[in-house]
Every structure is written in structure tokens, then in C-alpha cells.
Write a protein that binds this ligand. Structure first.
Ligand SMILES: Cc1ncc(COP(=O)(O)O)c(C=O)c1O
Length: 393
């Protein structure tokens, strides 16, 4: 390898290790569920985004197999050339019905949806107004745009209003926010954001990666929770969290979809979902709409888990949703907590800079509909023992 490159890589890896920011990859042998097999050991899994337990659902697996048998293993080309399968159209129709929007366009992931949509809709004459704790894919999508980006303080409506006032001469103002913030589990005040958007003539985009399947009527999302679905111009969802597979999508008007099919670069220049993915996602949407017990079970489990942690004396931060951070602060101690829990058979992974700010390290836990009381009770006992030993409790 080129020596300069090798040196740069090694120096940066050494620096990450010295700051306790290096995170080795874990390898899971088998499906994602309430328990997973890692290093030959079954462990309680509190680190997935598999909210509804659909990642290993028999109905989704059967649908994936059927799709492979009918359509093959791959789409064969980017969708605008000859890779637009009937299954892609069916998936978008199912999602549009779920979201109750005129149209949906599917992307390869939530990340590429953000990276595709934001720069396609905005240009140098526009201003992007972005919550300071928005997801990395919003930040990167905004960087790809020629529009200036104004970060407003987290969920702070005075700060957003200041930013809107400062952008009054722009051609268009686009407010972008996570619906549910991925590392803290708190919820954007979409009703107040839409009020401000109305007053300052701004468009609203909500990244509902963690809201779909979780928030609102039958898990339709954060906009439905606040009753502002018709005031949100662009909803982004993922197919990789509650839906349990992989992919992203944009829900909105027909014109929005039409324009994105002509100009969004990840749609134009990267192959669409393989048949197995599209087939499994269609089945997941069907299951989410027909089985009304999944989302309530998720919330009931989240309450049980969060109450248990609080009773032990842990700080679960600002969460209002199943995302449950166990706040520690110090990076080294957070990594120690992760290691200690792992020794006890609990997978609950540390989240450190750059995913969260320095000094705000945490172990991010995620109760799902697939967990049962025994999983939680065992995990709580382990958290109690390790928390005490490390002086966190
Ligand atoms: C808020 C938010 N947006 C977008 C994404 C990206 O989604 P995907 O995993 O489908 O690329 C994530 C994933 O972590 C997320 O948390």
C-alpha cells in the first residue's frame, strides 16, 4: 500500500483508540432477534432497530423467497433504465396507502434518500434550516446541496424562528428535522414547526426513520401523531428499522415523486432494491397494517424497560419513545459499561463521538416487540451489577 496512505490510516486509528472512540465490529451468527448469537454465545440483544421484530419474521422470509423465485436475485439495472420491477411499483403503492400520501418513491436506504432528496430540491438561492441534532444523512445530504445551511438549536422554536427571519429573502426555505431523534429518543415538536413554517412560508421535511411503525395511528409516523400530515411536505421513512429489511422512501405529492425520478442522483445512478428486499418489505407493510398488536406491544415493552432502568437509578435522558439511552458521559466508562454487560450476556452498545457529542457518550438500548419479560429482567439484573461495579449507580 502507498506509505503515506498507510501512515495516515494508522495514525488516525491510534488516535481513535487513545480517545476510546474506536469501536470494533461485532459479528452475529444467525438472525436478528431478542437474543442473538455472538462469539458462540446467545446474548440478549438490546442494540437493534428491529422495533417490531419483523427482521426474522416467517411471513417476510417466505415473501422474500417468493420474490426471488418470480423475479430473480437482482433488478438488473438502475430503475430509470430497465431495473424498475413491478415489485418496486407495488412496494411504493403499499407505502403510499400506509402513509396516506399521493405518492412514494423508494430508495436503496434511508441514507441515500436523504442524500438524494435534499440536494435535488434545494439550490444556492434556497436556505436549509436544520435541527442541530439531525441525523448524519441529513447533514451529508445538506452538504451536497448548494444551499446554505442554518442549524437551529435542538427543538428550540425561538432559534428556528430567528433562522427563518434571517432567511426571508431566500427563494425557498426548507425546514428539515428528525421526527424521532435517533440517539436520544425525543420527538420534534412538529405541530409548532408547521405553525412556524406556515407563518414564514417554509416547506417542511421530516425524517421519520424512527417514527414509522412506532408513532401515530397504527405506526404511520410522527406527522400523524401530531395530526399535521397534510402540513408536512416531505416525509422520509426507512425500511430498515421497524419494517425490518433495508431501504428508504420519500412520501409526498405526485410532483415531488415525479421530479425525484428525473433528478435524484441515487435513484438515477444506483440500482434499486433486489426482488427479495422489495417482496419482504411489501409483506412487512401488510403485517404492520393487519396486526394491530405489534406497535402497542413495543410501547408496553419500552415502558417496562425504561421503568426498570430508572428504578435502578440510571439516567435515560430525554427519551419519549422506545429508544432508550443510558447516559454515562465519559467515553472510556461507557465502553467499560458495554464490555461489562457483554461479559454478562447482554449486548447493549456504546455510542460515542462522532455519533453523539464528546462527553455525551451513552449505551443506547432498544427494547422491541420481540422481547419478553425474562429478557428484560435478566438484562436489568446485569445493568444493576455492572452499573454498581463501575460506580455509575
Ligand atoms: C434519523 C435517521 N435517518 C436516516 C437513517 C438512515 O437509514 P438507513 O439505515 O435506512 O440508511 C437513520 C439510520 O440510522 C436514522 O436514524
Amino acid at each position: 500500500m502507498n506509505e503515506t496512505l498507510q501512515g495516515l490510516l494508522c495514525d488516525q486509528l491510534d488516535a481513535l483508540r487513545a480517545q476510546h472512540l474506536y469501536k470494533p465490529l461485532l459479528t452475529v451468527d444467525g438472525p436478528s432477534g431478542a437474543r442473538v448469537r455472538v462469539d458462540g454465545r446467545d446474548m440478549i440483544n438490546l442494540s437493534s432497530n428491529n422495533y417490531l421484530g419483523l427482521a426474522n419474521d416467517a411471513r417476510l422470509k417466505a415473501a422474500a423467497v417468493r420474490a426471488v423465485e418470480e423475479y430473480g436475485a437482482g433488478a438488473g439495472a438502475v430503475r430509470p433504465i430497465i431495473g424498475n420491477l413491478r415489485l418496486h411499483d407495488e412496494l411504493e403503492a403499499a407505502l403510499a396507502a400506509f402513509k396516506e400520501t399521493p405518492a412514494v418513491l423508494a430508495f436503496q436506504s434511508g441514507f441515500t434518500a436523504n442524500a438524494g432528496v435534499i440536494p435535488t430540491l434545494t439550490d444556492a438561492q434556497d436556505v436549509i434550516l436544520s435541527d442541530e441534532l439531525n441525523h448524519a444523512s441529513i447533514i451529508d445530504g445538506s452538504r451536497l446541496s448548494r444551499a446554505p445551511v442554518v442549524r437551529y438549536k435542538h427543538k428550540d422554536m425561538d432559534s428556528l424562528e430567528d433562522a427563518l427571519r434571517g432567511a426571508k429573502d431566500a427563494r425557498m426555505r426548507l425546514i428539515v428535522t428528525d421526527g424521532v431523534f435517533s440517539m436520544d429518543g425525543d420527538v420534534a415538536p412538529l405541530d409548532r414547526i408547521c405553525d412556524l413554517a406556515g407563518r414564514y412560508d417554509a416547506a417542511v421535511m421530516v425524517d421519520d426513520a424512527h417514527g414509522s411503525g412506532v408513532m401515530g395511528r397504527n405506526g404511520r409516523g410522527t406527522a400523524y401523531h401530531f395530526g399535521v400530515k397534510d402540513r408536512v411536505d416531505i416525509q422520509l421513512g426507512t425500511l430498515s428499522k421497524a419494517v425490518g429489511v433495508v431501504g428508504g422512501y420519500i412520501a409526498g405529492s405526485n410532483a415531488l415523486k415525479d421530479f425525484l425520478t428525473q433528478r435524484a442522483r441515487p435513484f438515477l445512478f444506483s440500482t434499486g432494491a433486489p426482488p427479495a428486499v422489495a417482496g419482504a418489505c411489501i409483506e412487512a407493510i401488510r403485517v404492520m397494517q393487519s396486526d394491530q398488536t405489534l406497535t402497542p406491544r413495543l410501547w408496553e415493552n419500552a415502558r417496562y424497560w425504561q421503568d426498570g432502568l430508572k428504578r435502578l437509578g440510571f439516567d435515560t435522558g430525554a427519551t419519549e419513545t422506545p429508544i432508550t439511552p443510558v447516559m454515562v458521559g465519559d467515553e472510556a466508562k461507557t465502553q467499560e459499561l458495554q464490555r461489562g454487560l457483554r461479559e454478562e450476556g447482554v449486548l447493549a452498545l456504546a455510542v460515542v463521538f462522532p455519533t453523539v457529542a464528546r462527553g455525551k457518550a451513552r449505551v443506547r438500548t432498544m427494547p422491541t416487540a420481540a422481547h419478553d419479560r425474562q429478557d428484560f429482567d435478566e438484562a436489568l439484573a446485569a445493568f444493576g451489577r455492572v452499573g454498581k461495579r463501575l460506580g455509575i449507580l
